[in-house]
Every structure is written in structure tokens, then in C-alpha cells.
Design a protein around this ligand. Sequence first.
Ligand code: EPZ
Length: 433
Amino acid sequence: MEKYVINGGHPLKGEVEISGAKNAAVAIIPAALTVNGICRLENIPQISDVDMLLTILRHLGAKVRMINPSAVEIDCRQVSLRDSPYDLMRKIRASYYLIGAMLARFGKAKTTMPGGCNFGVRPIDQHIKGLTAIGADLDVRNGFVFADARGGRMSGGRVYLDKVSVGATMNIMIAAVLANGKTVIENAAREPHIVDLANFLNSMGADVRGAGTDCIKVNGVERLHGGTYTIIPDQIEAGTYMIAAAATQGEVLIKNVIPKHLECISAKLRETGTEVSESGDSVLVRGASKMNHISLKTLPYPGFPTDMQPQMSVLLCLADGTSVITEGIYDNRFKYVNELRRMGACIEVDGRVAIIEGGHRLTGAPVAACDLRAGAAMVIAGLCAQGRTEIEDIHYIERGYQDMVGKLRNLGADIRIVEYPDMEAAEESLEIG
Ligand code: EPZ
């Protein structure tokens, strides 16, 4: 087993390079199933969710060749549905994109219900509503999702999403690209990774228009050809390092970003008194010795991202006064607060609202990552806490952050990965023995 060990109190200084966007890559990789040719993807992040999806494609018969650590060639022309790796599919949320991709390619699909971080109910009813509207019959039973295109090919159609859903928007888009007709998705999500998926599909010969607005139109085509596509930088990784710089009162140049994607994060950081300046494809963040309390609510893009909520909570523990964070997307995304309380945080949670009493220095403690972004928040807490913090369950963090320890050490952080015995496994083996 591995954990992070952090000795806090070192301001982050220097430059950090942002990697490719996880939530773009985990949609684009399954979408390669719709391409009748070789897809070369550049700037893919080296994270376990990407590894998992490439492994799933290999199990389905795709040829997957790593060109270098951040570039891969995927050839799905020999793929069949004979032996889908259901044990892998159920481990990640993005496996639901395989439904849309298989429906587009084969006119049928069988996957597991998706896995992913657990912060409340995460249904897929909007995926089902949309895929049904454009020509598929879906059935969820025994933990599996079964889908069949009526007549063997998706027909296109119109759907109004009852909830702004990133996953449903992208899944319907993927399923629609080879449909025998036109698809209109209304009340669509507008995140940067949705635009990136549309740009990828269009670079392979699809006809997707309006991505980034709340109305996306897809004219189905007969086939998609191969090509090369470079994935955008990760908005949430960039935001995480921005907050880490602010929380440690450091000065960090965050490179390879699209400042437009960070506008809401930059705006809220400036409200705390943190200095954020943009130039080209970089943002410079200078922490303030005294920070103001603020209020925010997480919203679909271009609002403040829910995936930045735990990280911002840590920062606001250090601000003067009382801050309020309202979680506008998920029912229960404050589970990490109990871990932060072990480090001295004063946060009260009532449903979707967290009241954060600032002005308290955090102190190091043994804690655990409860999900991907909560884990990143615990790292930030450890970086600015007094003393030593140990973080277990770091596999969550490694699902979405490329080489976080290496990048932070380059910025002067005292953080390292430490092996420790898996006592639970040892006890189990003793019981068995
Ligand atoms: C994507 O999840 C991201 N994951 C999440 O990032 C992110 O938090 C979320 O979008 C919101 O931005 C990936 O892209 C792999 P949604 P997704 O569908 O698609 C409800 C991270 O840390 N909903 O936009 O599952 C849902 O319960 C991860 O990188 C339905 O009710 O999110 C939620 O309350 C965590 N029915 C809201 O909509 C549905 O059919 C938004 O969910 C679908 C969603």
C-alpha cells in the first residue's frame, strides 16, 4: 500500500506544466470506437482512468500503441463485443461512454452500470432518456446496461435534458455521430471537455455543431476516418495548482492552460485577495498573507466547477471570517469535511451548504482521500498545515492527477510517497491461515 507523507509550511514557488484534460480524455478514448481508421491522440494525461479505458479497448480487440507517455494510437477496426471486460468497466464512471460508442458502431451495447466517485446518487436516467430519443431501446438489469438501436442503426432525434449533465451530453453526442439522421440536444452541458470531444469527432469527419452552447446539433454521417487530435489542458488540474499556490502563500506560474476555462476560478480567487494574472497560455498566482472570506455556489460551466469545491474549502479555512460554499451539483459532496476536521478545520455542513469558519491554522494529521478531488484537497491541506500529514487511499488521486508528487516537489513541497504494509490483507490472510 502507498500513502503520501507531507511536511507542511513550504510556500510553493516556480513553474508547473498542466497535463491533458482527464474528463476530455475519458470521453474521447471510448469515442475512438466510432472511427474507421487510426486515431492518434496527443497530450493524453498519464492517469489510471486513461490506463483503464485503454485496457478496456484492448480487451474489445482494439490495437492500442503508446507512441510516448502522452501520445497513443488507437485502431478500433477489429473491435467486437465478444468479451467485454465488465470487471474493469464497473470501476470507472466514464465507462458509460462505451454505451454511446457501441450503439454508434454496432447498433447495440452491453456495459456495466458505471462506477466512479461516490458523492450521492449518480443516476444515468438522462443518458437513457437521450439515447432512447435518438433510436435506442435500453434496459438496466442485474447491474448491466443493455442497449439496442431500433432497426440496427441510431436514427437521430431531439432531446431536452431535464438536468444539465456532462456525461449525458457527451454520451448522446457520441451515439449520434453515425446516426441515420439529425440529433438535437437541448439544455446541453457546456464544459470545455464537451467542446473538446466535439472537436475530436469533427476532426475525424463528424458533423457536430454548437458544442459549448446549450443546444448541440449532430448530423449523422456514414463513417468517420482516422486522424490526429490533441487534447486540451485540464481545467481542474490547473485550478488545483492555483489553489495550492494561494493556500501556501506561494508564487507559481501555471503553464499550458486555457485562461478562458479558468475564468470563474480566477475570479473567486481574486475575491479572496489572491493575485491572479494571465498571459497567453499561463496564469501566475501569488498567495496573499491575509485572505478575505467569500461565498460561492458550484454550478455547471461557466459557473464555479463542482470539481474545485473541496480544494476551495481548504483555502477558505485559511481566510479571515466565515465563508459559505453551496454545492449546486451533487447531493453529498462534503464527506471529506470529516477528514479536514482532523486537521483543525472548523466547518459545519448542512445538506448542500458548508459554513467555513476561517482564521484557523491547520495542523498535520493522518487522513484519507475519500474521492479524487477530496484527495487533492487533503494534499493542499497538508501542504499548508503545520507539521506532518499522511494521506491514505491515494489511488483516488492518481485516477485524475498526473505525477502530482513530482510536480509538487518541483515547486518546493516536502511530499513523498511511502510504502506501508496492507494490514487488512495481512489480517485476512492470518484469518484464512
Ligand atoms: C462529470 O460527471 C465528471 N466526470 C465529474 O468529474 C464532474 O463532477 C461532473 O461531470 C460535473 O461537472 C467525468 O467527466 C468522468 P453530470 P457526470 O452528469 O457526467 C445528475 C471528477 O472529479 N445526473 O454532469 O457523472 C448527477 O447526479 C469527476 O473529475 C442525473 O440526475 O456528471 C449530478 O447531480 C467527479 N441523471 C448532476 O446531474 C443523469 O443521467 C450532474 O452530473 C446524469 C446526471
